[in-house]
Design a protein around this ligand. Structure first.
Ligand code: PLP
Length: 410
């Protein structure tokens, strides 16, 4: 529900205590939310309250605190289910991150459905965590990993995608939004094309969830994964949505407490639903924090968040474009608020280090997307990634600090 009639970025900034900090004595310009986002008071309070007032292990306890803690943990699962519009809480599995969620699917679905000679279809836009788990599985079973190419703007080549869906393709695993260059993939259409050949699809939503409303039933995604810390929640919590009919058939990923029905030394039978995939004590308080984060963003409303971030993206692209010797990498038709760029002859690490002195925090490096960097023939870029709490002043500070770098190297 959206109870804010006007998007008030200054009010939103007030929800995030980090902005009271001075960095090297300067105002903080935080443009690294794509790596991990800052936390609002609503999340900090939820985490602290859980540890102070209701903390105990979940599920097995009969005492008050255990029941209370279970209620809050399972309440967070219902919040995620509702947010993604999944049909049932059994389709929502808590993991520690996107990385763990993809490893879970690669291993469990891989064991069930991928064999020798099969193909796994990815794209050039993937983060390493949506490449390496598939390579490990492929190597184990004798399958091949293929990647759909992109054009120089960073848009996926859709005709190539269709051609690469063959009878050997056992799964498509593709990102919703590129973390390195911001491309928003037309995932609904990509899923429909794969389904027309009965191929299931995993969508890596790590960079989509903080910026747009996702409806897994509307997309018809088979698996949708994301990580909590990029959507203002604590670290150590991720989500795997999976369609019930697939999860029911998939073998467990890890063994341990909570995921069993009955254990003997001869044979173990497994729990059903989400429990089958949640071995051991789960990230209880992190999940509660994620529930609070999702409530927080929904209260602001994704229409407002997206409109605000898109205006920052246009302004940043325009202002950086006015500077000499800047090459913006990634100009896809639809982009999330991420601007990646390089500057003639100046190494991104030098840029990042110099502008840090002005309190400007950006990410420099390959962004865990080395195949994409290879495509653009650059070892690394400077990446400014925006979130709901950024404002025009942040863009101005970035541009001024880049001018300072140019001055320094003149
Ligand atoms: C697109 C994408 N996928 C996956 C990940 C991995 O997330 P985590 O490290 O939280 O597992 C990231 C994080 O940068 C990402 O941006």
């Amino acid at each position: 529900m959206n109870d804010m009639t006007v998007f008030d970025v200054e009010k939103i900034r007030g929800d995030f205590p980090i902005f009271e900090e001075k960095i090297h004595g300067k105002r903080l310009t935080f443009l690294d939310s794509g790596a991990s986002a800052q936390k609002p008071v609503a999340v900090l309070d939820a985490v602290q309250d859980a540890y102070r007032h209701t903390y105990a292990n979940v599920h097995r306890g009969v005492h008050y605190l255990s029941q209370k803690s279970t209620e809050l943990y399972e309440g967070a699962r219902e919040t995620v289910r509702d947010h993604l519009n999944a049909a049932s809480v059994d389709e929502i599995i808590f993991t520690k991150s996107t990385t763990e969620a993809i490893n879970l699917v690669a291993n469990s679905f891989g064991q069930m459905a991928i064999g020798e000679g099969d193909e796994i279809l990815l794209s050039y836009l993937e983060h390493h965590s949506n490449i390496v788990p598939w390579q490990l599985v492929a190597e184990r079973v004798g399958a091949t990993v293929k990647a759909v190419p992109i054009d120089t703007n960073g848009d996926l080549l859709r005709d190539r995608y269709e051609e690469m869906l063959t009878d050997r393709t056992k799964i498509v695993a593709i990102t919703h939004v590129s973390n390195a260059i911001g491309t928003v993939n037309p995932v609904k259409e990509l899923i429909a094309k794969a389904h027309s050949k009965d191929i299931p699809v995993l969508i890596d939503g790590s960079q989509a969830i903080p910026h747009m409303k996702v409806d897994v039933r509307d997309l018809d995604a088979d698996f949708y994964v994301f990580t909590g810390h990029k959507v203002f929640a604590p670290t150590g919590i991720g989500v795997l949505f999976g369609k019930a009919e697939l999860l029911e058939k998939m073998p467990p990923y890890q063994g341990g407490g909570d995921m069993i029905n009955r254990v003997t030394f001869e044979k173990t039978t497994f729990a059903t639903g989400h429990s089958k995939f949640e071995a051991g004590t789960p990230p209880i308080v992190q999940a509660i924090g994620l529930g609070a984060a999702i409530d927080y963003v929904n209260k602001i409303g994704f229409d407002q968040i997206a409109a605000h971030e898109q205006s920052l993206l246009s302004y940043a692209t325009q202002e950086l474009g006015k500077l000499n010797n800047i090459r913006i990498i990634g100009q896809a038709k639809q982009k999330a608020a991420i601007v990646s760029f390089t500057m003639d002859d100046i190494h991104p690490h030098d840029i990042g280090t110099i502008i840090d002195q002005a309190g400007v925090a950006v990410r420099v490096g390959h962004h865990c997307a080395q195949p994409l960097m290879d495509f653009y023939d650059v070892p690394s870029t400077v990446r400014a990634s925006f979130a709901l709490y950024n404002n025009k002043e942040d863009v101005d500070a970035l541009v001024e600090s880049i001018k300072m770098v140019q001055e320094f190297f003149r």
